[in-house]
Every structure is written in structure tokens, then in C-alpha cells.
Design a protein around this ligand. Structure first.
Ligand SMILES: Cc1cc2nc3c(=O)[nH]c(=O)nc-3n(C[C@H](O)[C@H](O)[C@H](O)COP(=O)(O)OP(=O)(O)OC[C@H]3O[C@@H](n4cnc5c(N)ncnc54)[C@H](O)[C@@H]3O)c2cc1C
Length: 386
């Protein structure tokens, strides 16, 4: 069955795809968004699990900070357009040795971009963390958390209101360039468009066969532990936290206890390790978490965060899609004369950028270029491979 022609087809309606649909439909383009799962948001990709940290003192690379400024604007705009809150500015506490590369990166970014960081002296707040010789603690007050499922739902609702066709339960099987445009074949129909944007998250390897670099999908574990002090650990009393540990690669991080009448998911303190875990295929990821895995995560987290030892409430899996340098890829796919734009490899830190990535994708697909400073996310950096 042949079913219509569009300006842009967006492949994958998770985090980045929903933002691309929103942006393009706002600009008046005929958009078709296709999602393989029966509904979206969902828990089988990269965006499940109730909450995502947003922060600006970006230790990974200061080039992200101008994009973060735009992203914050984008979150505020979405909230204004929908009169719904997705960003909760509860602050983020950093805890680590002053010379740790993460702490150094945070302080450098804060100095260079005038991002306020305040040393923590509140004994009550610090009492949740294991006292560590020589560690420093400071808070970035403008940081906090986002509600990913709610945000995706709102982006898609708004896109739908502006005329985007959004199909769930429809998997893209293949796509090809046909003359100036693109033909997309799904489990249900064949579509044509001038442009294709691929935002397939952990399935990017399947939909971008000619990607010149490897993407490694990893299975990540998230835990929720119990607290009987909901008020003390609520977002108005307790911040998100990130621990730069010299004992583990990556960083431990966690959230306050969220109000589950506002967001889905377990009612407790969520925590996890930000570091790529074991490689997995997105269709075969083992969703069962063994008691040994849970114990080892809890034990390691307890070395820093005292409530990590409290009773486990829930454990879930989610997926990172990692590039070789752990920086995102947002670019045209080489060989298609600008007709195909890709956003992938968000390496476990992409959600906070959703609104700005949506804008960049719309710019690249429609105008062939963007004024936003996103050149560092291009494929050119892997020029030996490209
Ligand atoms: C445990 C965990 C914690 C994280 N914490 C943070 C954090 O604190 N802060 C932060 O900023 N980021 C964080 N991230 C990263 C962030 O969530 C991801 O970078 C972001 O969600 C990636 O978005 P995406 O659009 O690439 O993938 P997704 O949101 O997974 O979207 C991809 C979509 O494409 C669909 N799709 C794939 N193939 C097809 C096909 N053939 N046909 C149709 N549809 C298809 C999928 O079903 C899916 O819905 C975390 C990630 C994880 C896993």
C-alpha cells in the first residue's frame, strides 16, 4: 500500500524524534513520525525510567554549553506552550576530590561560562553522603531534573495539534533514496518524502547501515531504594547528586524522591552509575536483573550515598548508544546530498538537549545547515573513518 507523501519523515518517536516532529510541525511542514513500539513514550529504548538530570557546568566538553543555553530556553518554551512542568530546578550537588577530572571540568565550565556554583555547608544535606577525606561538595542551583516520559508525550501532543501524522506500532523496515527524495517502507505501508530524519536511538545501527563509525549499545541498570523520609528527600528539600569517584570509572548519580502522582514509576530514591555497562543488542537486551547485579550496584553506591543500602523498591534496564568518543552525532548522512539527517550516539547524556537537537535537526533537514553551534557534533571529527 502506498500511503502519502510528506516534507519530512522522522524515523523513531522517542526523545529526539518527538522534538524534531514538534519543531518541524511548528514551522508548518508536512511531517510523518513513525514509531515501531505500540506506544511512545515507552520503556524499551533510551528514555524510560522517570527522570533525567539537566545541568549546565558541562564537564564533558564546554562546547555543549551554548547548546544547553538554547535547550533550557526550549524547555521553558515547551512549558509555556503547554502550561505543564517538565523541568524541576532542584539543584545538583557535586561531590568528589577537587582534582578529579569531573570536578575540575565542572569548575572550569562554571568559571568560563559564569555558571553559579555554591559550596555546600548544610550538614543535614551532607549527612546523606558518606564522609570522605578531602572531598568537596558544591551545588549548581540551576540544575535539576526533567520528566522524560511527560516531555515526549507533550512534544508529540503539540506536534499532533499542529498537523503532524504520528504513527505508532509501525516499524521502518528499509529506506532508499529515490531521485531527489526518499522512499520509506514500513510494516504497514510505503511513504515518500523530501527529507528523512533518523532518530532511532539504540536501533540506529539497524536503520543507518552506512554509518562510518561503530555505535555500541549497552545495557544499563537503574535502582530505586526506599526512604521513609519523603519530605526530607523531596525535590524542594533535596537535590539531584553526582559523585566523582576515583574508585569507579564514570560517576554515581541520583535523584530526590519524586511525586509519583505527577510522573510514572517507582516511589523512592533513584540511583545509577553513569558509565557504559555491558554491550547488548537492543532487541535482545536481558531485562531480568539478577540479585547479584542488584547487590553489587547497591554495595558500590552505598560507599557514597547512605540511603543506597535501604530496601530495594525496583530495578530497571535502559540502553545507552555510545559513540567511540562519547559525544553525540548530529549531521547529514554522507552520500545522500543532504536528504538524510541523523541524530544518534547520545552516549547516556542526551536527554537534557532534546529541544535544541529538535531545532538542529529541523534546520539541517530543511535548510541544509544550522546557525546553532553544533559543528563539533558532526561526523567530520571521525575523519579517518569518514
Ligand atoms: C539509564 C539512563 C540514564 C540516563 N540519564 C540521563 C540524564 O540524567 N541526563 C541526560 O541528559 N540524559 C540521560 N540519558 C540519556 C538520554 O536518555 C538519551 O541520550 C536519549 O533518551 C536518547 O534519545 P534517542 O531519541 O536517541 O533514543 P530513544 O528515546 O530511545 O528514541 C528512539 C526511538 O526510535 C524508535 N525506533 C527505532 N528503530 C525504529 C524503526 N525501525 N522504526 C520505527 N521506530 C524505530 C524506538 O522504538 C525509540 O522509540 C540516560 C539514558 C539512560 C539509558
Amino acid at each position: 500500500m502506498t500511503s502519502g507523501s510528506f516534507d519530512v519523515i522522522v524515523a523513531g518517536l522517542g526523545s529526539m524524534g518527538s522534538a524534531a516532529c514538534y519543531e518541524l510541525s511548528k514551522q508548518g511542514y508536512r511531517v510523518l513520525g513513525l514509531e515501531q513500539q505500540s506506544h511512545t513514550p515507552h520503556e524499551l529504548g533510551a528514555h524510560g525510567g522517570q527522570s533525567r538530570i539537566i545541568r549546565k557546568a558541562y564537564f564533558e566538553d564546554p562546547d555543549y554549553i551554548p547548546l544547553l543555553e538554547k535547550s533550557y530556553e526550549g524547555w521553558y518554551q515547551l512549558e509555556a506552550a503547554t502550561r505543564k512542568q517538565v523541568y524541576h530546578p532542584c539543584g545538583l550537588l557535586y561531590y568528589g576530590l577537587p582534582a578529579h577530572p569531573i570536578m575540575q571540568g565542572v569548575k572550569q565550565a562554571a568559571r568560563d561560562f559564569n555558571i553559579p556554583l555554591e559550596p555546600v555547608s548544610d550538614k543535614q544535606l551532607l549527612s546523606s553522603f558518606v564522609e570522605r577525606e578531602g572531598y568537596e561538595a558544591f551545588v549548581e542551583h540551576d540544575a535539576g531534573f526533567l520528566l522524560p516520559e511527560k516531555a515526549i508525550r507533550l512534544l508529540l501532543e503539540e506536534a499532533g495539534k499542529k498537523g503532524a501524522a504520528l504513527h505508532t506500532g509501525e516499524k521502518i523496515i528499509s529506506w532508499t533514496k529515490q531521485g531527489e527524495g526518499i522512499e520509506v517502507i514500513t510494516t504497514k505501508a510505503t511513504y515518500h518524502s523530501k527529507r528523512l530524519i533518523i532518530t532511532a536511538g539504540p536501533w540506529a545501527n539497524e536503520l543507518i547501515r552506512t554509518l562510518p563509525i561503530p555505535l555500541t549499545v549497552t545495557r544499563q541498570i537503574i535502582l530505586w531504594v526506599e526512604t521513609d523520609q519523603f519530605k526530607n528527600y523531596s525535590p524542594s528539600h533535596f537535590p539531584c547528586w553526582l559523585i566523582a569517584s576515583e574508585e569507579t570509572k564514570g560517576a554515581w548519580y541520583g535523584f530526590p524522591a519524586l511525586d509519583t502522582t505527577e510522573c510514572s514509576g517507582p516511589r523512592g530514591l533513584k540511583l545509577a552509575l553513569h558509565y557504559p555497562d555491558s554491550p547488548a543488542h537492543p532487541d535482545e537486551v536481558n531485562r531480568n536483573i539478577t540479585s547479584d547485579e542488584i547487590e553489587s550496584v547497591k554495595r558500590a553506591a552505598m560507599a557514597f550515598f547512605k540511603p543506597a543500602g535501604n530496601k530495594l523498591i525496583a530495578a530497571k534496564t535502559c540502553m545507552y548508544t555510545n559513540t567511540p568518543d562519547e559525544h553525540f552525532i548530529v549531521d547529514h548522512l554522507p552520500g545522500y546530498d543532504g536528504a538524510v539527517t541523523i541524530a544518534c550516539g547520545f552516549s547516556g547524556h542526551g536527554f537534557k538537549f532534546v529541544p535544541v537537537i529538535g531545532r538542529i535537526l529541523a534546520d539541517l533537514a530543511i535548510n541544509g545547515k544550522t546557525d546553532l553551534p553544533a559543528g563539533f557534533l558532526g561526523l567530520q571529527r571521525f575523519s579517518n573513518a569518514v
